[in-house]
Design a protein around this ligand. Sequence first.
Ligand code: ZN
Length: 339
Amino acid sequence: MKQWSKEDKVAFLKSQPLADLHRHFDGSVRPETLWDLSKTYYSAVPGLGFEEFRAKLSYDAEKDKSLLDYLDKFHIPLQYTQFFDNIQTIAEEIAEDAYKEGIRLLELRINPTIHQRAGLSTRQVLTAVRKGLRACRKRHPDLRVGIIAIAMRNFGGNMAKILLREVIGEKENFHSDIGVVGFDIAGPERPFPPILFVEPFALARTMGLSRTVHAGEDEGPDKVWQAVELLAPERIGHGTSAAKDPKLVKRLADDGIAVEVCLTSNVQTGAIDKVSNHPLPVFLEAGVKICICTDNPTVSGISVIDEYLTAIDTFDLSEEDVRRLVRMAEEMSFVGMTR
Ligand SMILES: [Zn+2]
């Protein structure tokens, strides 16, 4: 790419209508908010300072090596995100932070089931998220947002179906503004293959929800094949290992199945050993649609701008390449697509 300073790149990126289609509620909470909540609930360790507390929320390259280490970072926020007001406040802050980064199209994903330990229902959790997102949108009408409901893989296929039945009333098209636009499975990939979720994905399709699947992050291309063939998703989350199988890459391109690319997260979970080994160029070369996403800004200590900068610097992307990626993200979005 032409020689331009980091400031120039950031200014260029900020001039673009950026999207983040893969951002988890639980991995995007402001550390300061959790710190305040930890004092409210008397759960802060006596003598623990803010920086030590913050460190527990973020990936540490020295100590954390695997997807399971990475997933461990979500336990602290969960103590506080069991209550309606906290969920609403946090959703509003996540949307506000995204807007400040330059994001104009945000799909925020959440598993409602893990936020019900204090008695909230699935619909109450999703209502709290909607209210928070709506409050942010009132300030920023040019921000488009949608919610993706996640089923945890480790809860199994039947729980995923139960969740879908609970979610139906929160679909985007049943509300005047913000609602659930998509369905996803997440959590430990290895012992819970896509085949367990055939029925939930068929139900999600019947319900008119768009579908994405976390796949090929901790497992080989065979599991991405399984997701593609059995679950018929419109997008794959990560899909990193898919590039090992040229036939699969061609299938993704032919079927228009898009890949949500999360560069920093992929290094931290061990999906790739370094960013330069990410198959982003392979996907683009083959005509697979991709979108640069953050996954978990708090856990990874990144913004979407950081992720674009990493992509630009690692793969020598041009301004036109970036514009193309931004357009692709727009095309891949589920917002406004519910039927
Ligand atoms: Zn994810």
